[in-house]
Write a protein that binds this ligand. Structure first.
Ligand code: FEO
Length: 405
């Protein structure tokens, strides 16, 4: 049976929810599932905005068949060709032989790469500022390269003032009946997933996201309809500001995130001792994450959230504890920057993690590594209490000099 939702007169959500796929991009855990949003604009001409992931094709087809009421799709607008949205392009082209596919030149190239399909005579290539009139609705296209692939564009519907924003402003998490941000407790039920989605999927492309935000700031926005998660129709400024901070690599919160890679628990013991000491120094908002037990995508999301970090790692194979090495690799790949960090290393015969962690941090922009650091030989000793306190005091000072704790 169809499960559709009219978001405004003659614009209908015809996407689908996916609670089965365990890993997004076969990488990122989906404990709360994900939605693939697709929108149908019913006017003199009918436009379908994007398709959905292959996993939910049947639901999607039922939805559009029901809403079309016997009519055909005139235009399939491709904002983004990643297969979580583009999987059904060929199928739609077969279902509607007169349908024209609309997208950027790069999208056309990708369609030909993903599918064996004759598209030359059926593709309308659009550029920045081009429009598509459907009758009473008109879409204006804006390029948004690398948010999150190079072919991406967004579109603005002039009558309803809806920005169809591709992956931007998306989040993990299914739409369980409620489809608008003001029908859900977004901060409680979606924000962590939205941050995890942004940081891991789009995080590398902060500059490009900033460019998109600048374009969006010139539009009169009533709604933002992303390809994932709730549609925003109220309090848009709040979410735009989150995106502004994330894409500038500015922390959302003052606080200390202690990332710990421990083999037998001795490095974790030092992390705990430091956390207590920092709390006694007056620091609030401290969180310890065991990098071996928490998925890397959650750690990355926390790194985007917190202002200050402690990286505490055991030495392993004369290098960094593997899960910590993976995290540092991701931090470099995702362009993490603008953080203050303290480093703790542990080693039983040749501690080497600290030097390598600092070398990795050197590959990131504007990472302020505190001079105060600690080396543990197997386990933390009482005589090292003062060294630990020095880190806590330096961290407090850093928090205060950067706007208070
Ligand atoms: Fe939701 Fe980049 O695809």
């Amino acid at each position: 049976m169809q499960a559709t939702y009219e978001i405004t007169e003659n614009i209908i959500w015809v996407g689908a929810n996916d609670k089965k796929t365990p890993l997004f991009e076969n990488l990122f855990p989906l404990p709360n599932g994900v939605s693939y949003n697709s929108y149908l604009i019913k006017d003199e001409k009918i436009a379908l905005l994007d398709t959905v992931d292959a996993m939910v094709t049947e639901q999607f087809l039922e939805n559009i068949e029901f809403e079309l009421e016997g009519r055909a799709v005139d235009y399939l607008v491709i904002h983004h060709m990643e297969p979580d949205h583009g999987s059904n392009v060929k199928r739609l082209m077969e279902m509607f032989p007169k349908m024209v596919v609309v997208g950027t030149m790069k999208a056309k190239k990708m369609i030909k790469q993903f599918f064996t399909v004759e598209i030359e005579d059926r593709f309308l290539c659009v550029k920045e500022g081009d429009t598509l009139n459907l009758g009473t609705h008109t879409l204006t296209f804006y390029l948004a390269p690398m948010v999150h692939w190079p072919e991406v564009m967004v579109s603005y519907e002039e009558k309803t003032k809806i920005l169809f924003s591709a992956d931007a402003f998306g989040t993990f998490g299914t739409l369980d009946g409620c489809i608008f941000n003001d029908q859900v407790d977004f901060e409680k039920d979606y924000l962590a997933d939205a941050r995890r989605y942004y940081a891991n999927i789009v995080g590398k492309y902060g500059l490009q996201t900033q460019m998109l935000l600048k374009k969006a700031s010139k539009l009169d926005l009533k709604m933002i309809a992303s390809l994932h998660g709730p549609i925003w129709r109220s309090n848009l400024e709040w979410y735009l500001e989150k995106y502004n901070k994330w894409s500038l690599y500015e922390p959302e919160e003052k606080g200390v995130l202690i990332l710990c890679g421990s083999i037998y628990g001795h490095t974790l013991e030092a992390a705990n001792a430091l956390a207590v000491m920092m709390a006694k120094e007056g620091i609030t908002n401290i969180k310890i994450q065991d990098v071996a037990k928490t998925d890397c995508s959650e750690l990355i999301a926390d790194i985007f959230k917190y202002s200050h970090l402690v990286i505490a790692s055991a030495t392993y194979n004369n290098g960094i504890f593997p899960k910590m090495a993976d995290l540092l690799h991701d931090m470099i790949a995702l362009n993490v920057q603008n953080r203050t960090i303290a480093v703790i290393q542990n080693g039983t015969w040749a501690p080497a993690a600290g030097k390598l962690i600092k070398a990795a941090l050197c590959q990131m922009k504007n990472m302020n590594v505190l001079e105060e650091e600690l080396t543990i030989l197997s386990s933390l000793k009482q005589c090292q209490e003062e060294d630990l306190r020095k880190i806590a005091v330096a961290m407090k000072k850093a928090l205060e000099s950067e706007g208070g704790c």
